[in-house]
Each structure stands twice: as structure tokens, then as C-alpha cells.
Design a binder for this molecule. Structure first.
Ligand code: ARG
Length: 476
């Protein structure tokens, strides 16, 4: 299939358009054709265009609007066109503007006169709305599948690292120890909401615009329930003006996609940090990293950087369509032809991002020792020390906080961890402190004891892995 539409030679104005040129004496100028044609990108809609035409044709026959024999010819011809496009032997022609007229013109060339009846009771306005909805719906299904795959990759890794201790951060400063499994499951949760956003958008978009005509409905006795059913839509759209001018389904797709991309980007940023030798928390194999052409020692997390970098495009795609639509009066305006490229770009970009991220998570080697070491640096168990004072000695938290501050200062002076502070020195700060406190302030204790609901304790992580697996399997 050729992706470059044929363009007329500069200065050659061609003949008038064979599909709508009845009242035109001359054809469009070359520049008019160049700005008008969408076939360069909307050829992606060919399957949906043919499916829509089949459903429309069958309905026209069933309603007695066109003769059965012509209907049969049209269906036969559509099969032929479909075969040609699938085989890559179809020539897309910019003179015919878009996918709708390319398919119809070829149908005419293949079956002759009966082709002219297909567009009865239909306009390109309801046709393109239908094709595009079908495409976005099918793509939503595919992306939801990829989100589930990435969630599975995260859950598998989380299960393997339910007890692996790493520093948890706030302000990108080590705050409290957490488990790596818990950290990964945070992303699995974000993705679960992304899945839900696509699912909700899908349910809203699954209505049939076909039969709205150019804008006002049609004088023919069409059956919109029948075409809705044939195309897997839940029902016809209720208002013909809305049916041809609404693009919220694309906006919802782009917003769900942009939010999901932002989640991937945050994870990608973390992978980039974790890969940095100064963290050294994870490593990626040759399959997911690249070398430098100049510095032989380097291993770069390019895939993660690109997942992060491409997020800008996703946000741009959403912004593009929001702006394209904001000033449009009802109903269709040609501006709306600009709806497709951002959606196609976002779909491809998000797909890549999801697959590449799942690949990196599966590939990732975890350096538990480096994580543990970083987790115990920076007095990350200071809160636990304060908690011990509260729980064992009944000291008020504010006062315990002050005592802990002194203990931290002592550890700083001695350049040791809290768990290694000499008991005698601690007792100078607070005489009731016992040796029990020192076993309390290890990073392992810190995570094990954070077993509140939704907390980082290994037992909680294991339960969360099981729960997330069940959620994924229940709705895949
Ligand atoms: N290529 C057009 C689009 O994508 C199809 C609809 C054209 N309708 C029209 N009235 N010119 O929006």
C-alpha cells in the first residue's frame, strides 16, 4: 500500500472531482488538493470504512431503499476492494481526497452502476464519524490489553520483591524504607485507573452516528438500530447534529492516553534514576539499553528516556484536538479532519510506551544489596525511633520527635546508623531507653511493622499482589 498519495503536478489543475464535481466546471488547484486531501493519513480507516459500508448497504436492502440485486453487487465489490487494500495492491489517490471516496470510486470501477446507490441516505459526515469511532473503539480495546500486560509484568516483579527493602522518597530525599514490591504496585494501581478510564470512555463512545446524514437526518426510511447492531454499537446516537459534530470520544481517548503516558513517564524517570550507577538499584540488559558511541563505559537507559520524552507528544496530541474543536459551530467543519493525526499519533506512541515499559520491567535486574544500603543511609528509621518512644514509654509524639532529633544528631556525629548507637549514650538523652529500641530501628523492622492497610509491609505486598492479579483476571 502506498502511503504517499498521488499529487497532481504543480500548475496542473486536473479535471473536476468525479465524486462531487457536478456543479464545478474546473478541478481544484494543486494547492487546494494538497491542503484538502486526507488520504495520506485516513487510509488507516479502511477496514472501518468498509465495515460501515457493508452495514449501511445491508440495511438499505432490508428497508427496500435499494434493490437487493444492487446490494449484492455492492457487497461483492466491497469484498474485492477489501482484498486489494489488504494485499497492498490498491492505489490511493489524493484527487479523491479521502478514504471514503477512494473506496467508493474503486467500487464503481469494479462493479459499475450499482456502486452509485451505496451513498443513498448517507453523507461523508456521518460516514467519517462512524469510521473514526469504530477505529478509536478498536484501538481502545487493543491498548487496554497492553495496559493489562504491563500490569502483569509489574505484579510479577512486585511478587518477587515483596520483601526487598529500598528507600522511599519524598522531595527525592530518602524518607522511610519501603519495599520495592510496594513501589512497583503503586504503578500497577495507576495503570488500573488508566484501564478504567479507557473502559469508561469506550462505553460512552459506543454509539452509532451512522444515519445522521449530513447533519439533519434523512428522508429515507432507514433503520439505525440495524446498523448499530451490525457494527457492535450499543445504540444510535440520539441527535443527528451531535452525531456528526461530536468528537469527545476522541478527546476522552486522548486524555486517558495522556494521563497513562504521564504515569509511564514517571516510572521511566525512576528507571533512569535507578539505572544511574550512583543509585545502582537496577540494571537493564543489552536488550533494553544502549551504549555510547564515544564513552565505552556507558550503558544508557534510552528506552526509558524515550518513554518519558514521548509523553510530550501525547500531551500535545490532546491539546491539538482540544484547540481544533474549541471554536467550531455545529455541525461539521473541515477543521474536524484534523482530528485524526493526533489520535493516530497518540495511539501509536502509547502502544510503544506500554510495550517498551513492560519489556523493561521484565528485563530489569534488581540489586537488592544497593537498595538496602541506600535505605539504611540518611537515618530513614528516625520515625520508628520516635514511634518506639511513644509506644514503649508512653511519651507524647511531639516530645518523642525532639528526643529522636537528638539521637539523629548523635548518630551524625558518630557517623553510624541509628541501630548502631551505643545504648549508654542514648540513655543520656532519655534514661528509660532500653536495648529493645535498637532492634526496632532496622530497615527490615521498619517495613515489616508498616502493616497498616495499604502499607509497605511484605505481608501486605503479597496480599496486594494476589488482589491485583484477581482484579486483572476479572476484567481483561
Ligand atoms: N475527510 C473528511 C474528514 O476527515 C471526511 C468528511 C468530509 N465531509 C465533508 N462534508 N467534506 O473529516
Amino acid at each position: 500500500m502506498s502511503n504517499t498519495p498521488k499529487k497532481p503536478a504543480p500548475g496542473n489543475d486536473g479535471g473536476s472531482n468525479s465524486m462531487w464535481g457536478g456543479r464545478f466546471a474546473a478541478g481544484p488547484s494543486a494547492i487546494m488538493q494538497a491542503i484538502n486531501a486526507s488520504i495520506g493519513f485516513d487510509q488507516k480507516l479502511w477496514r472501518q470504512d468498509i465495515a460501515g459500508s457493508r452495514a449501511h448497504c445491508r440495511m438499505l436492502v432490508a428497508q427496500g431503499i435499494i434493490p437487493a440485486q444492487d446490494g449484492a453487487e455492492i457487497l461483492r465489490g466491497l469484498d474485492l476492494v477489501e482484498g486489494e487494500i489488504a494485499a497492498g495492491s490498491f492505489t490511493f489517490d489524493a484527487v479523491l481526497e479521502d478514504i471514503h471516496m477512494n473506496v467508493e470510486a474503486r467500487l464503481k470501477a469494479l462493479i459499475g452502476e450499482p456502486a452509485g446507490r451505496l451513498h443513498t441516505a448517507r453523507s461523508r459526515n456521518d460516514q467519517v464519524a462512524t469510521d473514526f469511532r469504530l477505529w478509536v473503539r478498536d484501538t481502545t480495546d487493543a491498548l487496554m490489553g497492553e495496559i493489562r500486560k504491563l500490569q502483569r509484568a509489574l505484579v510479577d516483579k512486585a511478587g518477587a520483591h515483596a520483601g526487598t527493602v529500598m528507600p522511599g522518597y519524598t522531595h527525592l530525599q530518602a524518607a522511610q524504607p519501603v519495599t520495592f514490591g510496594h513501589h512497583l504496585l503503586a504503578y500497577a494501581e495507576m495503570l488500573d485507573r488508566d484501564f478504567g478510564r479507557f473502559r469508561d470512555a469506550r462505553a460512552r463512545m459506543n454509539e452509532n452516528p451512522l444515519g445522521a446524514g449530513a447533519l439533519a437526518g434523512t428522508t429515507y426510511p432507514i433503520d439505525r438500530q440495524a446498523t448499530a447492531k451490525a457494527l457492535g454499537f450499543d445504540r444510535p446516537m440520539a441527535n443527528s447534529l451531535d452525531a456528526v459534530s461530536d468528537r469527545d470520544f476522541a478527546l476522552e481517548f486522548l486524555s486517558a492516553g495522556a494521563i497513562c503516558a504521564v504515569h509511564l513517564s514517571r516510572l521511566a524517570e525512576e528507571i533512569t534514576l535507578w539505572m544511574n550507577p550512583q543509585f545502582g538499584f537496577v540494571g537493564l540488559s543489552d536488550a533494553f539499553s544502549t551504549g555510547s558511541s564515544m564513552m565505552p563505559q556507558k550503558r544508557n537507559p534510552d528506552a526509558a528516556e524515550l518513554v518519558r520524552g514521548k509523553t510530550g507528544r501525547m500531551i500535545g496530541d490532546l491539546t491539538t484536538l482540544l484547540i481544533a474543536l474549541k471554536g467550531l459551530p455545529l455541525t461539521y467543519s473541515k477543521d474536524m479532519q484534523e482530528d485524526k493525526e493526533p489520535v493516530f499519533d497518540a495511539a501509536e506512541t502509547l502502544h510503544l510506551g506500554l510495550v517498551a515499559t513492560a519489556g523493561m520491567i521484565g528485563d530489569m535486574k534488581v540489586n537488592a544489596e544497593a537498595m538496602r544500603k541506600a535505605a539504611s543511609a540518611g537515618f530513614t528509621t528516625a520515625t520508628d525511633l520516635a514511634d518506639w518512644l511513644v509506644q514503649a514509654l508512653g511519651i507524647a509524639f511531639r516530645h518523642a520527635h525532639e528526643i529522636t532529633g537528638k539521637a539523629v544528631r548523635l548518630a551524625e556525629e558518630k557517623n553510624c546508623e541509628l541501630k548502631d548507637l551505643p545504648l549508654a549514650e542514648l540513655q543520656k538523652i532519655e534514661p528509660r531507653i532500653t536495648a529493645d529500641l535498637l532492634t526496632f530501628v532496622t530497615v527490615e523492622q521498619a517495613v515489616t511493622r508498616r502493616s497498616s492497610e495499604g502499607g509497605t509491609a511484605p505481608e501486605r505486598v503479597r496480599a496486594a499482589v494476589t488482589a491485583m492479579r484477581a482484579r486483572i483476571e476479572k476484567e481483561s
